[in-house]
Design a protein around this ligand. Structure first.
Ligand SMILES: Cc1cc2nc3c(=O)[nH]c(=O)nc-3n(C[C@H](O)[C@H](O)[C@H](O)COP(=O)(O)OP(=O)(O)OC[C@H]3O[C@@H](n4cnc5c(N)ncnc54)[C@H](O)[C@@H]3O)c2cc1C
Length: 443
């Protein structure tokens, strides 16, 4: 069968993209390397859309939770993953959890029922030079293809490990304690939020990093190379009590406006999105357990009430510097016949990867129909995530991201307690209007 679109990778994103194209009548070749004797280090089966670890799609609460809202929006757009999840659902309170075998079987059966989707068990080793392509090979993209992608994007723009520093919601930072400044007041703008520490606070914090419980690397991640710029903060702390004060917690050139002096140590936060709603803790990539991170980082002056949009981590993870490399339609700017989808774009998690697969399929379908697909507004979960990936995130510090309300245009006028419901009801209204306007039903 000749095809309209070649999708590489039959994981969550690739399966979802194939469904979106196939049900609109386009011919799809879906290449999946599992089934040929090849497997990534994390996959255990040859099934399409395998869930490699947890069996949960996280919260299904579409009134107070950003990922629950994303479920809702995906259902509105006829998501294969959400349909299969409903069929495979197992009890898990307010979370959406599934029997993973039933889930994958449902995805496979639904794709098999589309005569224009051909699943081919083959490993693809190079980006096709022409023809509409969607690359959805995930965080563990096979080596040869990763090399080919690296050649197309420039090696510096394709990462093989993430080094995630925690991200804090701006509104939860105590600006009565912290202050805005750049080191030595360089530049016209005061770009960093600075959290000051005295000697006692620093020593206690340093000890907390040393003693804190860490997650371990998986066997196949054990040789994780620590690049100079992304060594875990606790590894740096273990090198000596003052190492951090000469590294990411350096106070030099930062006058605390309340004392007129440099503090003993400083934690700096840098803006992480255009909206200014989320800020990342500079140099704080870590393998501390999540609960430990929350406990310890809330001992930092000014972060006592901090809420985290994302906690730190370090994993093997192939992903692109998407804000720089991709256009708003997820196409490689330098080779627009290639579109990326799923976790390789720098979103994180089953749901987000599926969602980006869904929109990639819709974008490709619109392109084949000679139309440009207008993305949903950034007030929706889909729109917010897509905007973040395709340009709104800070490219210089780009790291994988879950969907969260920090990506949404803020609603400052609404009381904090009511804000989550306000975000979700605005999103639902705006998605409804977008669905009406974009004549999606006709595509
Ligand atoms: C160890 C581990 C644990 C994780 N745990 C969780 C979790 O608990 N919860 C969660 O939400 N997320 C988790 N994730 C993240 C999750 O795996 C991803 O978010 C999600 O699977 C990404 O979907 P995807 O479709 O982009 O990639 P994948 O689901 O990985 O699919 C990519 C597919 O491409 C295939 N492929 C790769 N290279 C080639 C090639 N060259 N040719 C042909 N086929 C190829 C692979 O075999 C795979 O089937 C975990 C990731 C890892 C690595």
């Amino acid at each position: 069968m000749t095809h309209d679109v070649h999708i590489i990778g039959g994981g969550l994103a690739g399966s979802e993209a194939a469904w979106q194209l196939g049900r609109r009548g386009y011919k799809v070749r879906l290449s999946e390397m599992r089934g040929t004797g090849e497997r990534s280090p994390a996959h255990q089966t040859d099934a399409l859309a395998e869930l490699v670890c947890s069996n949960s799609f996280r919260s299904d609460d579409d009134e107070k939770n950003a990922v629950g809202l994303l479920h809702h929006e995906m259902r509105q757009l006829g998501s294969l993953v959400m349909t299969a999840a409903a069929e495979a659902q197992v009890p898990a309170g307010s979370a959406l959890a599934v029997d993973r075998d039933v889930f994958s079987a449902s995805v496979e059966a639904r794709l098999a029922a589309l005569p224009n989707v051909e699943v081919v068990r083959e490993r693809v080793d190079a980006l096709p030079p022409s023809g509409m392509t969607i690359v959805a090979t995930g965080p563990l993209t096979a080596e040869a293809l990763a090399g080919s992608i690296g050649t197309a994007t420039g090696a510096d723009s394709l990462a093989f490990f993430d080094a995630i520093a925690p991200i804090v919601y701006h509104e939860t930072i105590d600006m009565g304690v912290c202050w805005m400044a750049s080191r030595w007041d360089k530049g016209e703008t005061k770009d960093y939020i600075n959290c000051p520490m005295n000697r006692e606070q620093y020593l206690a914090f340093h000890q907390g990093l040393i003693d804190g419980e860490k997650t371990t690397f998986k066997e196949w991640e054990a040789n994780t190379p620590y690049f100079d710029g992304c060594m875990p903060i606790e590894v740096m702390a273990a090198r000596g009590v003052d190492t951090l004060r000469f590294g990411p917690m350096k106070p030099v050139g930062l006058d605390d406006p309340r004392t007129g002096r440099w503090p003993y140590a400083v934690v700096q936060l840098r803006q992480d999105n255009k909206l200014g709603t989320i800020w990342n803790m500079v140099g704080f990539q870590t393998k501390l357990k999540h609960a430990e991170q929350v406990r310890l980082f809330r001992t930092i002056p000014g972060l006592e009430q901090a809420e985290f949009a994302r906690l730190g981590g370090l994993h093997r993870n192939t992903f692109l510097n998407s804000p720089e490399l991709l256009d708003r339609q997820l196409r490689l700017k330098s080779a627009p016949h290639v579109r990326f989808a799923g976790q390789i774009t720098g979103c994180e998690g089953y749901v987000e990867s599926s969602a980006v697969g869904l929109v990639a399929g819709m974008m490709a379908a619109a392109e084949l129909a000679g139309r440009t697909w207008t993305p949903p507004p950034s007030t929706t979960a889909l729109g917010a995530l897509l905007s973040h990936i395709t340009g709104d995130a800070e490219a210089s510090s780009y790291q994988p991201m879950n969907v969260n309300f920090g990506l949404f245009p803020p609603l400052h006028d609404v009381k904090k307690k009511q804000r989550k419901e306000a975000y979700t009801s605005r999103a639902k209204a705006d998605l409804g209007a977008w669905l009406g306007e974009s004549l999606l039903a006709a595509v």
